[in-house]
Design a protein around this ligand. Sequence first.
Ligand SMILES: Nc1ncnc2c1ncn2[C@@H]1O[C@H](COP(=O)(O)OP(=O)(O)O)[C@@H](O)[C@H]1O
Ligand SMILES: [Mg+2]
Length: 411
Amino acid sequence: MAKNKNVNYKGPYGYQKMKEREPRACIRFKCALTNTILDVLRQRPGWVEVKEEGEWDFYWCDVRWLQENFDHTYMDEHVRISHFRNHYELTRKNYVVKNLKRFRKQLERDAGKLEAMKCDFFPKTFEMPSEYHLFVEEFRKNPGITWIMKPDGVRLDDQKDEIPVENYVAQRYIENPYLIGGRKFDLRVYVLVMSYIPLKAWLYRDGFARFSNTRFTLNTIDDHYVHLTNVAVQKTAPDYDPEKGCKWMIQQFRLYLTAKHGAEAVEILFAEMDNIFIKSLQSVQKVIISDKHCFELYGYDILIDQDLKPWLLEVNASPSLTASSQEDYELKTHLLEDTLNIVDMEGRLTGKEKRVGGFDLMWNDGPVSREDGNLDTPMNGFVANTHLGYNNDRKKQLKQLFKPFQTQQKV
Ligand SMILES: Nc1ncnc2c1ncn2[C@@H]1O[C@H](COP(=O)(O)OP(=O)(O)O)[C@@H](O)[C@H]1O
Ligand SMILES: [Mg+2]
């Protein structure tokens, strides 16, 4: 990385001094994926695509590019890329559990047991083979418990089968998932991190529940279609219908739960989910290299049990951006447009915004007060400041937000 800005480095701009460059007439982007993100980038006014060796201002890269190139690519001040260098501290199943355990200990020391217990949202997990003996000990102590073995590598949601798997984690299987219509589901929620130090994170209003195609039962423990609700697995089921897609928007899910359990129970559940997002990010805050060129859009996988307790299953650094239906396409393109609105290559934001389109600022070096200026009262000890599952009137909000900019441009 650059040590001296006045020296010429070969980077996305080639041999050129940052300060001498003409103001940018357009934003030059590169994109390693060929799904909705490429559509969104191509349609963005003022953005132009560059091919292979061209100089770029913005790169939606994949994690492989990052591993191979990040350390020897100089980037000018304004350049942005779509991953943090060591995102795997959060997105590998074995690392996230290690980081959460350490953070829990630190919280217990600094803030007491009650605060530390707020980290108990990850099912008990052992890294294999390194923690095999601990696992066997636990297995013997509690023989009735079911465990799920999961590959721990960094894998792309969109390319699940293509990357060879090396290690596994053994994780306590949640045997009592909340069921709707007899079916198991998990939630996909999107969190955008713009910086780790200080921690600045946004939560997207939309997300979805992904249902299993098949009714839940513990009798057929080896049937993937019953127990694994991720789309990568469900879409291979013989009766899978991509248009129905086995998905519910999170708004529909929130309404359903409210009708069944009342508003308070649902508020608590959503406050607990907020707690998961914040605590998991805080647990890696000091280990992730907080490079100002980097941002990352994470896909959280959350499972809810019959006591309405949310569990964190994993955090994806490359959540699937492939659309399975028209509704899914719209969700993803809007999500990505708003991600780019926050990355703000165009320089339209003041930095004080609490909401940009479908994203609400969830954490800004501390809890964020709601638009009315008040922090919410805690629900069961958890504070929710965000609007996950609220009405996503993003178009209206964006119009308001960028109004001054549009007027300026017309002048
Ligand atoms: N501990 C668990 N208890 C119950 N179900 C689980 C558990 N872990 C994973 N699953 C199911 O398996 C699916 C895939 O697991 P996940 O951890 O998201 O790994 P990946 O998506 O990398 O395969 C989840 O969507 C969920 O339905
Ligand atoms: Mg998953």
